[in-house]
Design a protein around this ligand. Structure first.
Ligand code: GLC
Length: 497
């Protein structure tokens, strides 16, 4: 089975968020299971060629897009022990400058970005025939590559008419929407080439085309990254972000498959970034990582006081205001907290202000820093993620593996991976059985969040229980094994239709 996986990010070459983690792990897991899978990615200027040597495959290939003729070079590199081939599309004008995305939030905000990814998708589409390896399925990811099924439908010049497409939705809130006429002009389209192109949305300057919607309407199959999020976006308008009806049309070709974690990269036993390695066999070593972290962050060191952590893109999705208000109102006991991330100005400001108000107690690290992120997972007691919505979320899984107990909201992938901790008493008090792996908040409510924080810390005070809880969390298996198998089955199903 031959699959071409196309995405805007790829860990470790060019990663911004969870999509990059998935792109850097799922294809490897699929190859282990026997799939012949390759990846296509823009050759961004930020890719470090010293670390990831790229070999030139073809030079000066002409690509016609609208009225323009551009040249691209095709490079290739390999990923992981499985040696998954990565094709890199090189074009200075559209793909080479700046980082991966144009906004700190990673959400689409400009026509330059729309053009970047339409160009990339079109280049991949134009190259397929020229490759000496022909995929049977193209696995697209999010709006950045969701126009590929439209290109396919418009010009079925591809020799193998059986070429199928799967679109994975990683986040429905990021849709890739822009003025339809400008997009048509860029692509040299009239706008009536497919029925779907007639679907427009009222925008600020006339009608908008929505690239995610075009993908949903045209892909052979669609999936999202957790069963609960799949249900939420089909049934609840807030989660569906205007797409409930579009998705309902495709409901027979739509499923949710839970993301996994790259357990080789995220392994406290071997992680080169953390002060001292540890595992479920010696969770007490976490304390040394905690002391090191508190010192590094300029916090008052006290290993007996709980340390809360939030590592996230600072966007409206992530429940930042709940955390800021919650910690402000947490007066019953002493604690430490650290925030790490960048994003919307309003959140960056409120976090900085909070840290100013509580020096030595709360630290604000407003930046992207993957080493510090690992040090935080290794040092923290609790990981905060009370998202408004969460397609899957990967950081709660990293936190579990590092023994930082997640405090989450019961939405999307968080509901599928984190179950509320309960202690069941057996006949004798010392034979307590622990169920669950985190603390779960139902409603998006600051007071209730504070209650959950208090409940969580009451467990933290009980040393024996806490140790068992950490060991249990660290031992859980959230690897890709199971889900990669589900993707394989889905590919097979798609090929049969
Ligand atoms: C997006 C979602 C996140 C998901 C990730 C990978 O970043 O917000 O929930 O885990 O994509 O699928």
């Amino acid at each position: 089975m031959k699959i071409l996986f196309i995405a805007s990010e790829l860990n470790p070459l060019a990663k911004v968020g969870g999509l990059g983690d998935v792109a850097g792990a799922l294809p490897l897991a699929l190859k282990k299971l026997g799939a012949d899978i390759r990846i296509a990615l823009p050759k961004y200027g930020v890719i470090d060629e010293k670390k990831y040597p790229c070999e030139l495959v073809a030079k000066d290939i002409k690509i016609k897009i609208g009225r323009e003729e551009e040249k691209i070079n095709l490079y290739k590199t390999e990923l992981g022990e499985e040696k998954v081939i990565v094709y890199l599309i090189d074009n200075k004008k559209y793909l080479g400058e700046d980082g991966v995305y144009f906004e700190k939030t990673a959400f689409c905000g400009s026509f330059a970005e729309i053009k970047r990814f339409l160009f990339f998708t079109h280049a991949v589409f134009s190259l397929i025939e020229k490759l000496d390896w022909q995929p049977e399925i193209i696995h697209c990811n999010d709006w950045h590559t969701s126009f590929l099924p439209v290109f396919l439908k418009m010009k079925s010049k591809i020799k193998d008419k059986k070429l199928k497409t799967l679109l994975t939705i990683h986040n429905l809130a990021n849709q890739g929407r822009w003025n339809a006429q400008e997009i048509f002009d860029f692509l040299g389209l009239k706008g009536d080439e497919t029925e779907s192109l007639g679907k427009r949305q009222l925008g600020s300057y006339g009608e908008d085309l929505n690239l995610m919607q075009q993908g949903i309407l045209n892909a052979d199959f669609i999936n999202t990254v957790s069963p609960t999020y799949a249900r939420e976006i089909l049934t609840k308008p807030y989660f569906g972000r205007g797409f409930k009806e579009t998705l309902l049309k495709r409901r027979n070709n739509f499923v949710g498959i839970l993301n996994g974690l790259d357990t080789e990269t995220f392994n406290p036993e071997t992680d080169p970034y953390i002060k001292r390695n540890y595992s479920f066999r010696n969770p007490e070593i976490k304390k040394e990582n905690k002391i090191y972290l508190e010192k590094k962050l300029g916090l008052k060191v006290d290993p007996d006081v709980p340390l809360f952590a939030l590592v996230s893109r600072l966007t409206f999705q992530k429940g930042i205001e709940l955390v800021v208000n919650g910690l402000k109102n947490l007066r019953d006991f002493d604690f430490r907290a650290v925030f790490l991330g960048v994003g919307e100005e309003r959140y960056e400001e409120s976090i900085k202000n909070l840290a100013k108000k509580f020096p030595g107690k709360i630290a604000a690290e407003i930046k992207y820093d993957s080493q510090l992120a690992q040090e935080i997972y290794a040092g923290a007691d609790f990981f905060l993620m009370p998202s408004k919505f969460e397609p899957c979320g990967l950081t709660q899984l990293i936190a579990l593996r590092y023994g930082a107990i997640p405090i989450v909201r019961r939405v999307g992938g968080l509901a599928d991976t984190i179950k509320n901790i309960r202690v069941k008493k057996r006949f004798l008090n010392f034979l307590k059985r622990i169920e669950g792996n985190g603390f779960v908040l139902r409603e998006y409510d600051a007071d209730k969040f504070v209650k959950v924080l208090k409940r969580a810390t009451s467990f933290y005070q009980n040393k024996d229980l806490w140790r068992r809880l950490q060991i249990k969390a660290m031992e859980e298996d959230h690897s890709w094994q199971q889900s990669a198998g589900e993707y394989l089955e889905l590919y097979e199903k798609i090929l049969q239709t």
